[in-house]
Design a protein around this ligand. Structure first.
Ligand code: ADP
Ligand code: MG
Length: 729
């Protein structure tokens, strides 16, 4: 009887690339056709409603109920004209996925038969019975109500014949239960803070918005092979598997020709993405075999976050038609690269200026330096919080594993900017500069080239790199919701800009000229945040040692890194600007820690089951074959030959027994360790026990299984091997 592994391989051999119904239209003709964007609003709304919504999007003003009624009826008319039957509020609960609860438009009416109904109240607010979402104790079950509220800044869209309305999700008592609420608050704070600082340079700036361009990495695995790997199905990663003889060492996959089956899949999800207004721009192979990346053109951060979540859903959905499974886990395979999601972040003004891009003259370059230096200072100040915003059970395998930035947060600037900052540090003084000194400094600042792109970080080992016109936060995991890192980064920078403004104003009030005041404060910041700057090889041991000398934190354990959510510094930052209350932070901390524990618990259970039910029985079968073989040898050989020839077989039989015994003991001990941890009430202590006492068994048990994989007859090995998962398609 063929094992499920061979059946899967057989299924795979007959796979054909799925034809994609390519619209013959140009992308621009159907781009955003499933989005209720400004164009559709103009068509389906009255001028009054259109103007009100536009104002709400641009300035965050409230939409009165009367107008909401108009908007809902316009939205409904548009959606129904496109064959839509249901609507849902679409939100980002703290599970990490998106959530929706569909309701049909139709409503039986006593007088009119069945009608399509959707009014302003339903658009603006819903009360999903969402008591099962994690709330970190913010809701007791007896007041489990949470409600979703319309976020007009992200347009409604049609997905799967359902009208989806982006919303925030808050508890009945007003506490945030999602990722979006704090993101919107911190983006708005950043707007306030940055506009004020921009006023030093350009009075026309009235709005600043954060921009985000994410780069999504992922693996594809054939769905038949995936089904034959319970570990992939239940945990998203392989818990065992001997390395393939060939993997990424030849570097022949990176940017190589994309396989036809994969291109068909990409093409289809891109078409669907375009219809949803997601501006996907690039696609290519990544470093590891069967690893790929896609990236859009950057957008306003809130919208980009929604689009990334939507994109991940879309990829999963479309992959089914192509008999692929998308793996978004940060580390699906041991020994080869995992997946990240670089968050390219910058700030842009209503006047069309990218604040992290050098300009054309000394004034705009001083503005550029102001935003660069304040960002560096913010990252230095809140490095621990930024780390806490991106750690997870999955990302733990990747960070610091010589394929992704280490757990030390540092900033890459490149040699050119480093020189500029060094010069400012040297030349700016607190005493009044002479006119000559001033002119010279101005000239130098004016000389910063408009394009710094050739200066970007090619070694890619920095977690937070300046890449010419933006910062690239590279430590974010592939599976993460970008909202968390975007929230804390924007918040930290906003806080910093506000402090900057106060300090500069104080100097101006004391009679210092504006430009000089700005330069003096920047100089202080350059000095006080200098230790966070590092352009060398972030993967090296020397950096670990150097960072320690500099006093930078290097926290590898998730549970420990998450403590930053409740540090004094974080508390002051978050409550001081009303982005989070203390309780909300505690809740978030708690949810993250619990999630970490649960993931380890599931992985440990799955590994225990697989070892006991899949691996050991298979290994016994093979061992019996060997024993049978030895028996046969005994019959045909004389004693002297037998000792010599059967000796090797006996060694293998013994090795197998030894490894089986170790696996069994370790599985038993792992279960004991779990029991001990499960009995602990305190969430944080439980997580620590899981991390320190359960987690090590995952690799210890795997070690022996992977060795057995090399010994046992290939014909009976039950799980698809790495070479198949990575190369068969
Ligand atoms: P690389 O792999 O070299 O980093 P990619 O083209 O894969 O380059 O991705 C770069 C990402 O950075 C894209 O999503 C791009 O839109 C984004 N980006 C460029 N400029 C900005 C900006 N000012 N703000 C935010 N993101 C930006
Ligand atoms: Mg990049």
């Amino acid at each position: 009887m063929a094992t499920i592994r061979f059946k899967a391989l057989e299924a795979l051999m007959t796979r054909q690339a799925q034809p994609v119904e390519q619209p013959l239209k140009k992308t621009s003709e159907y781009f955003a056709e499933n989005v209720f964007d400004q164009r559709k609003m103009k068509e389906f709304l009255s001028k009054e409603a259109y103007d009100t919504v536009k104002d709400a999007i641009e300035n965050g003003t409230r939409i009165p109920r009367r107008i909401a009624d108009q908007v809902s009826s316009g939205m409904k008319a548009w959606a129904v004209s496109k064959g839509v039957t249901h609507y849902t509020h679409w939100f980002h609960p703290l599970t990490g996925a998106t959530a929706e609860k569909h309701d049909a438009f139709f409503e039986p009416s006593l007088t009119d038969g069945v009608i399509e109904s959707f009014d302003g109240a339903k658009l603006v607010q819903q009360e999903p019975d969402a008591s099962s979402f994690p709330s970190g104790g913010l809701r007791n079950t007896f007041e489990a109500r949470g409600y979703t509220a319309w976020d007009p800044s992200s347009p409604a869209f049609i997905f799967d014949r359902t009208l989806c309305i982006p919303t925030i999700f808050v508890s009945y008592t007003g506490e945030a239960l999602d990722y979006k609420t704090p993101l919107l608050k911190s983006l708005s704070l950043l707007n306030d803070a940055a506009v004020e600082v921009c006023q030093y340079f350009d009075k026309d700036v009235t709005k600043v918005f954060a921009t985000l361009g994410w780069e999504q990495e992922y693996f594809l695995v054939d769905s038949a092979l995936y089904m034959a790997r319970p570990d992939l199905m239940l945990t998203g990663r392989t818990l065992m598997g001997h390395p393939s003889a060939k993997d990424q060492q030849l570097e022949d996959h990176y940017f190589g020709t994309i396989p036809t089956r994969v291109t068909a899949f990409m093409r289809e999800f891109e078409i669907e993405a375009y219809k949803l207004g997601i501006p996907i721009k690039t696609r290519h192979n990544e470093v590891a075999p069967n690893q790929f990346e896609c990236a859009p053109v950057y957008e306003e951060a809130n919208l980009a976050v929604d689009h990334n979540m939507l994109m991940m859903d879309l990829m999963k959905k479309i992959s089914r038609r192509h008999n692929f499974k998308v793996l978004l886990h940060e580390k699906p395979f041991k020994g080869i690269n995992g997946s990240g999601k670089h968050n390219n972040w910058s700030m842009a003004t209503n006047t069309g200026v990218n604040l992290l891009s050098p300009g054309k003259n000394p004034k705009s370059n001083l503005q550029f330096l102001t935003f660069i230096v304040n960002t560096i200072k913010a990252v230095h100040e809140h490095a621990d919080l930024l780390r806490a915003s991106i750690v997870s059970a999955g990302n733990e395998h990747r960070l610091g594993a010589s394929e992704a930035p280490p757990s030390i947060i540092s900033v890459f600037l490149g040699s050119y900017l480093t020189k500029v900052l060094d010069e400012l540090e040297e030349r700016v003084t607190d005493k009044k500069m002479s006119p000559d000194e001033k002119t010279e400094l101005k000239l130098d600042i004016g000389r910063i080239p408009e394009l710094l792109l050739d200066n970007t970080d090619r070694n890619r080992t920095s977690p937070f790199a300046f890449t010419g016109n933006r910062f690239e936060f590279r430590a974010v995991g592939s599976n993460a919701n970008c909202a968390a890192p975007m929230t804390f980064l924007s918040l930290a920078v906003a806080d910093q800009l506000k402090k900057f403004k106060v300090e500069v104003d104080a100097k101006i009030d004391a009679g210092v000229k504006k430009d000089e005041a700005i330069l003096q404060v920047l100089k202080d910041y350059i000095i006080s945040s200098k230790v966070i700057r590092f352009d060398g090889n972030g993967y090296s041991q020397e950096w670990v040692e150097e960072a320690e000398r500099r006093g930078l934190s290097n926290i590898k354990e998730v549970v420990k890194a998450l403590e930053a959510f409740e540090s004094e510094k974080t508390l002051n930052l978050c409550t001081g600007h009303n982005i989070f209350t203390k309780r909300e932070l505690e809740a978030r901390h708690e949810i993250k820690v619990e999630n970490y524990t649960k993931i380890l618990q599931i992985e440990s259970r799955v590994l225990g089951d697989l070892a006991t039910n899949h691996i050991i029985p298979t290994v016994y079968k093979y061992q019996n074959q060997l024993i049978e073989n030895v028996r046969g040898l005994k019959q045909v050989l004389d004693a002297k030959d037998f000792d010599q020839i059967a000796g090797i077989q006996l060694q293998t039989i013994k090795e197998i027994s030894g490894r089986i015994a170790l696996i069994k003991i370790k599985v038993k001990n792992m279960i004991e360790a779990r029991k001990k941890a499960n009995a602990v009430e305190d969430l944080y202590e439980k997580a620590r026990l899981y991390s320190e006492e359960v987690k090590p068994y995952l690799s210890e048990i795997r070690y022996h299984i992977d060795h057995l994989e090399m010994i046992v007859d290939n014909e009976i090995w039950p799980l698809p091997k790495y070479r198949e998962l990575l190369f068969a398609r």
